[in-house]
Design a binder for this molecule. Structure first.
Ligand code: FAD
Ligand code: NAI
Length: 328
């Protein structure tokens, strides 16, 4: 019997590693504490349809990632998004078109990781609390006290603070991960029965509690029954209001939206707030991945590279490459 490789995290980094390992003939088993895949790239099901509360779109600058995006496009789970872009600066809203190609999952961001997962073996709703060494192999312990294993290697594909606690068996890697600070983001969705009278579909925001907003219906394949908007607060506002009740966060960000939009803003018929505790690394790194090949532990995630979807995918590829290099 072949002993599989454990992968903790079914965000795009973990799934990128899983796909590369699986394609090379290695068996993998994935774990995630959530009920589905995607992590920060997931879409949230709500009364206003499926909403991208985390990653809004992504860009592809690396040739290898561009190839992957083209494959997803051919599979129909990715499409280009060409919003009418604005910039809000010093109290002024102005069109801000550019040439950048931006991609989104279709019909929601989750479509990408769902397609990547395919029928790979996975255990959801399973928070791993410990990674420990058996006689020859690795085992995992979950929050319910259950053990999983044996595994030949472990790939940890979670945000840095969550990776740190799983790296007790590899103190050097734990030390590196512990040095990576990740900042929070408050995200709010607002839905309006009557479409807002504005041409705006995406906006980069300065000098406001907000740093980004997007009109859901401008993305391909979305539900257009309601006019739904996703607003993201800046890291500093989110840090300052980390424990604010959701209703109050909605009120504040709705107010900031109303201030910048420049058209009448009725009360929303639906609202939702989500707090991403580990939304983005406070600074970028160029590690690719972290590894201790002698131990058989590999770590990947957006924080090992650019803190973006592309960086997360590339980091997963790098973890898989290092693991397979050590086997040869
Ligand atoms: P994650 O997606 O965080 O995946 C980690 C997974 O590990 C999660 O599913 C989690 O449930 C699981 N996990 C954690 N701990 C455990 C445990 N102990 N046991 C089991 N499972 C565990 N990027 C862009 O390129 N463009 C954008 O527009 C953009 N906007 C963003 C907006 C917001 C609000 C946020 C939060 C992020 C945004 N990003 C954006 C960043 C992008 O979402 C991330 O870079 C990328 O999704 C990270 O992928 P990942 O696989 O490294 O981590
Ligand atoms: P990108 O190239 O579209 O944007 C990069 C940055 O350039 C933007 O944040 C914005 O400041 C600026 N910019 C780009 N186009 C602009 C325009 N037309 N007008 C005005 N400013 C413009 O995308 P890239 O490099 O892939 O970055 C991903 C995006 O994801 C960024 O916007 C980043 O802020 C966001 N992100 C948000 C996180 C969060 O927690 N809120 C976490 C990680 C990424």
């Amino acid at each position: 019997m072949t002993v599989p490789i454990a992968i903790i995290g079914t965000g795009i980094a973990g799934l990128s590693a899983a796909q590369a390992l699986n394609a090379a003939g290695h068996s993998v088993h994935l774990f995630d504490k959530s009920r589905g895949s995607g992590g920060r790239m997931s879409s949230k099901r709500s009364d206003a349809g499926s909403l991208d509360m985390g990653a809004q779109y992504f860009t592809a600058r690396d040739r290898r990632f561009m190839t992957a995006v083209q494959q997803w496009q051919a599979q129909g789970c990715v499409e280009q998004w060409t919003p009418s872009l604005y910039n809000f600066h010093a109290g002024q809203l102005s069109p801000s078109p550019d040439e950048q190609v931006r991609w989104v999952g279709k019909p929601g961001m989750s479509a990408i990781t769902r397609a990547m997962l395919g029928d790979l073996p996975v255990t959801f709703s399973c928070r791993i609390t410990e990674v420990f060494q058996g006689e020859h192999h690795w085992n995992l312990q979950d929050a319910e006290g259950q053990s999983h294993g044996p595994f030949s290697h472990v790939v940890i594909a979670t945000p840095a603070p969550q990776a740190t606690t799983l790296l007790a068996a590899a103190p050097k890697l734990a030390g590196v991960a512990a040095g990576v600070k990740m900042d929070p983001t408050w995200a709010v969705a607002l839905a309006f029965n009557k479409p807002l009278e504005t041409p705006l579909e995406g906006c980069f925001v300065q000098d406001s509690p907000l740093d980004w907003l997007a009109r859901n219906r401008s993305k391909p394949g979305r539900d257009v029954t309601l006019d739904t908007w996703v607003l993201h607060a800046t890291s500093s506002w989110s840090k300052q209001h980390l424990d604010m009740p959701k209703e109050t966060v909605i009120e504040h960000l709705h107010g900031a939206f109303a201030e910048l939009i420049g058209c009448a803003m009725p009360a929303p018929s639906f609202s939702l707030a989500h707090r991403w505790l580990y939304a983005r690394p406070a600074s970028a790194h160029e590690w690719g991945a972290l590894s201790d090949s002698d131990l058989g532990i590999y770590v990947c995630g957006d924080w090992c590279l650019s803190g973006r979807v592309e960086g997360a995918w590339l980091s997963g590829q790098e973890a898989a490459r290092r693991l397979m290099e050590h086997l040869n």
